[in-house]
Design a protein around this ligand. Structure first.
Ligand SMILES: Nc1ncnc2c1ncn2[C@@H]1O[C@H](COP(=O)(O)OP(=O)(O)OP(=O)(O)O)[C@@H](O)[C@H]1O
Ligand SMILES: [Mg+2]
Length: 356
């Protein structure tokens, strides 16, 4: 006997997206079902190439098909991704080709926002997504140093095309500021500057635009969330109590302006000796996770305090670009997947009309 497309879809019924607990078939994630006698092939269309659960989903599909189609011959499941688009971004004109915006923020300065932002951008790109990185820290733009790109290349068209570093399109206010020139933009002026800056850029099609914010809860954050819808905000904190308290403040601010908080990353969480592997909790590790639980937001991962991370950042070659397989690189990779997962959940929940 030969199977039909209907048989395959029926066999997959009950296989759910582990985050949304809804049928993959219903969510339209099973596509391109092809049958040849008893051989079956289909595509599992993920909402992000950085999906941390993709292997589980593939296994679940495979098991269901084998269980329900006892005469099955060959099974070929292709995995691909079409990054879901934040609907709110479709309704604005400033960055029409960007599917999702992820702001990286913190209550306190120096906790590692820029380090997290550059590695998040590179990590997403490494999974196959098209990624941009926007440095909105007009008070101390560090993205150029960490990405190792210091100026705009010569431009041809009317719009400014961001330079590409480590596979990521990079734009920084720092490209336009004189070094050592104090920046005193406030309120409406800042609003206009950021607006014009964004309007002059041609990012091309982007799955994710990662935005590095200055610390705190001031004008730049508010301006940005008024100008472009933020798909979500990643809050970076260190384990110390003060940093956590400030993270709480940041959280409250973004909740006020309706920018969904994707979760908390705990940076400088612990120290792992590169020689013996011994792990030490220098700043009483675990506070970020506790704070996430008590604030009711996801915990996106813990990043160790590691000399290699600082050196890589200083050298303009972030750790995920140079040592993705190292323990600290893997910690960043897990964070990247957790962030992508939360973005997908937010978009799918919105599309399905489910509470996110
Ligand atoms: N996990 C880490 N291990 C070691 N060094 C780190 C780590 N995270 C950040 N650093 C270093 O700490 C310093 C501050 O980090 P970073 O610039 O990313 O913080 P920030 O929150 O963006 O600061 P600012 O508030 O000034 O923008 C940098 O020198 C960076 O290389
Ligand atoms: Mg910074």
């Amino acid at each position: 006997m030969a199977y039909s497309q209907q048989d395959v879809l029926a066999a997959l019924k009950g296989v759910q997206d582990p985050d949304l607990h809804r049928d993959l078939v219903e969510l339209g994630m099973i596509q391109d079902v092809r049958i040849s006698g008893r051989d079956v092939a289909f595509t599992l269309m993920l909402t992000t190439p950085a999906c941390p659960l993709k292997e589980k989903m593939r296994r679940d599909c495979e098991e269901a098909v084998r269980r329900n189609l006892p005469e099955l011959g060959k099974l070929d499941i292709k995995m691909t991704a079409n990054v879901a688009r934040d609907r709110a971004l479709q309704e604005q004109e400033l960055i029409p080709q960007v599917k999702n915006t992820i702001a990286v923020s913190s209550g306190k300065g120096g906790v590692g926002k820029t380090t997290v932002a550059v590695n998040l951008a590179i990590g997403l790109q490494q999974t196959g997504a098209a990624v941009g990185l926007l440095d909105c820290d007009i008070y101390g733009p560090n993205v150029p140093t960490m990405m190792g790109v210091h100026a705009l290349p010569p431009q041809r068209g009317k719009k400014i095309v961001p330079p590409v570093a480590h596979g990521v399109s990079v734009m920084s206010m720092g490209f336009f500021l004189q070094p050592d020139e104090p920046v005193v933009w406030r309120g409406p002026m800042l609003h206009n500057v950021i607006r014009q800056f964004l309007g002059d850029l041609d990012w091309g099609e982007l799955d994710y635009l990662v935005i590095d914010l200055p610390p705190g809860t001031g004008d730049a954050q508010l301006t940005l969330s008024q100008l472009i819808p933020l798909t979500g905000v990643v809050i970076v904190t260190t384990p110390q109590d003060v940093a956590l308290l400030d993270a709480r403040k940041g959280l409250a601010m973004f909740q006020k302006v309706n920018a969904p908080v994707l979760g908390i990353v705990e940076n400088m969480s612990y120290y792992q000796c590169p020689k013996c592997g011994n792990r030490e909790d220098i700043f009483s590790h675990g506070g970020g996770e506790k704070a996430a639980v008590s604030l009711g937001v996801p915990f996106l991962g813990a990043i160790p305090l590691q000399l290699s991370i600082r050196e890589a950042g200083d050298a303009g070659r972030p750790i995920l670009a140079v040592a993705p397989g190292s323990a600290e690189g893997q910690a960043f990779q897990r964070m990247v997947e957790a962030v992508a997962q939360q973005v997908s959940i937010a978009n799918l929940a919105e599309a399905a009309g489910v509470q996110g």
